[in-house]
Design a protein around this ligand. Structure first.
Ligand code: SAH
Length: 462
């Protein structure tokens, strides 16, 4: 190790910052996060520093740096663009044995500032010893994206219960097991979803021995339209901690690759009218698995609340008192439109957008055609491949132009994405004479023309 990582307590301790520019401001803000008592010395200062002075957050002395400024300081940062001055500050600080950091000059530093992931009280510091700061920042952004923001709150909560837990379990093993269960179980999930009071009550009840119902939890997770990069952090986290995954045909292979390796996978199908497992049975299965104490992830394509029957699934859970969480996903309309160069709204062509189910029931769609067959609106039809002829005929019968542009996006956002562009009148023939696979989304509206205008080329847009 080139440096020893330590965390210094500088609460209300005098710290000196030399320099008044934006870089000095950044360091001041960092020191303020750790509650330092800051004096800034510089002949001029930027607006940000002026504001901090006005708000009584720091003291600014408007003058050139002098050797006496370092006396009584516990930490010094020099952030000026004058290299002689930086060297002078560094030499004085080192002689006085005061830790000093000179921005961007590792040779003049006695300590360096790491990249920080702040989930206070959890703080992660990353340093490349000044050799590859960009790499350190890259590592930082990876950690930022995988460590939930509420870890800090979870640590706070654990801190409040530490003594009680110690008193209850005098065996270290038992204590560790208790905390491991807490940090990866329902209590943690409650904290992450903002229900800190409930989490506290649960933890207290567990310690009092008044509950250990053994009931698991269900996560209703939107897996997005296909490209795994479109998953949310929360979706990924829950997919990776669930014991059982219930998934259907709409969940892409790329997304399935990211579930916990040793999770049990249950396929619940859903292929148009050939539902592998009827909806009622899926609802019941979720309840049964959770009652066995398992953490169940019901992984769905797109967003669970958009034509996803997510509402029905959680209704059954609620009736049975099973705790659950719902995680939104990118719906097919958003994914397909962005990956095919068709903005859903546009100032000149479309001021509203409607998501409509094109599912055929007894050969027809029960839709308010008069409201749909209007100009300046985009209509996105889900589940409409079989009903393409019907929807085309109905829209035309209700007054929409036969030359209204239409796009079909097949397997949107996946490497197999295909886009077919036609007109409303041409839609039935296209669908009947081309092999188009599900899932396919149909977009109707002038915005489809923008794809050409944007010179959009298919998929490989990464
Ligand atoms: N909850 C899902 C929609 C489920 S309905 C969501 O929010 O996206 C199923 C329909 O969604 C399919 O028939 C198809 O019209 C559309 N769909 C889902 N994923 C798609 C994809 N990757 N490409 C094109 N259409 C898709």
């Amino acid at each position: 190790m080139n440096y020893l990582p330590i965390f210094i307590d500088i609460k209300q301790q005098p710290c000196l910052v030399v320099g008044g520019g934006d870089i000095a401001l950044r360091k001041i803000n960092l020191l303020l996060k750790a509650s330092a008592a800051i004096t800034c010395v510089s002949k001029e200062c930027c607006n940000g520093i002026e504001k901090l002075v006005k708000d009584n957050k720091i003291i600014h002395i408007e003058k050139a740096f002098e050797a006496t400024d370092i006396s009584a300081q516990v930490l010094i940062v020099s952030a000026t663009d004058d290299s002689d001055l930086n060297a002078q500050v560094s030499a004085l600080a080192k002689t006085a044995n005061i830790p000093v950091n000179v921005v961007d000059s590792p040779d003049l530093c006695s300590f360096i500032m790491p990249s920080i992931v702040d989930r206070s009280p959890i703080v992660i510091a990353i340093s490349s010893a000044g050799k590859a700061p960009v790499l350190a920042r890259l590592i930082r952004s990876k950690l930022e994206s995988t460590i939930p923001h509420a870890y800090g709150k979870l640590a706070e909560l654990a801190g409040n219960f530490r003594d009680q837990v110690k008193a209850k379990f005098n065996n270290i093993e038992d204590r560790r097991y208790f905390w491991e269960k807490t940090f990866s179980g329902i209590v943690a999930e409650k904290v992450f979803s903002g229900k800190v009071d409930e989490a506290k009550a649960d933890l207290q009840a567990q310690l009092d021995g008044s509950t250990d119902s053994g009931v698991g939890e269900v996560y209703l997770v939107g897996g997005g339209p296909g490209d795994p990069d479109l998953l949310t952090f929360k979706a990924l986290r829950l997919m990776q901690q669930a014991d059982v995954i219930l998934y259907d045909r709409l969940v892409s292979d790329g997304v399935m690759e990211l579930v916990r390796r040793d999770a049990e996978l249950i396929y619940v199908g859903k292929e148009r009218d050939n539902h592998a497992v009827p909806q009622g049975d899926i609802n019941q299965l979720l309840v049964d698995l959770a009652k066995q104490g398992r953490r169940v992830c019901r992984l769905k394509g797109g967003d669970p609340f958009i034509f996803g029957r997510g509402g029905e699934e959680i209704e059954t859970l609620a009736e049975n008192g099973i705790p659950f969480q719902v995680v939104p996903g990118i719906t097919a309309a958003s994914g397909c439109s962005t990956y095919s160069g068709i903005p859903l709204t546009h100032r000149d062509y479309s001021q509203s957008c409607r998501f409509v189910t094109g599912h055929l029931k007894d050969g027809s769609m029960n839709l308010p055609w008069n409201e749909l067959a209007v100009e300046q609106q985009t209509i996105v039809f889900y589940m409409a491949l079989l009903g393409a002829r019907h929807l085309s005929e109905q829209l035309i019968a209700h007054g929409m132009r036969g030359d209204m542009p239409v796009a079909l996006v097949e397997k949107g956002t996946t490497p197999e994405q295909q886009v077919y562009v036609t007109t409303l009148a041409g839609l039935p023939d296209l669908v009947e004479n081309t092999i188009i696979h599900a899932p396919t989304l149909i977009i109707v509206g002038e915005v489809v023309k923008l794809r050409e205008k944007l010179n959009w080329f298919d998929v490989d847009n990464d």
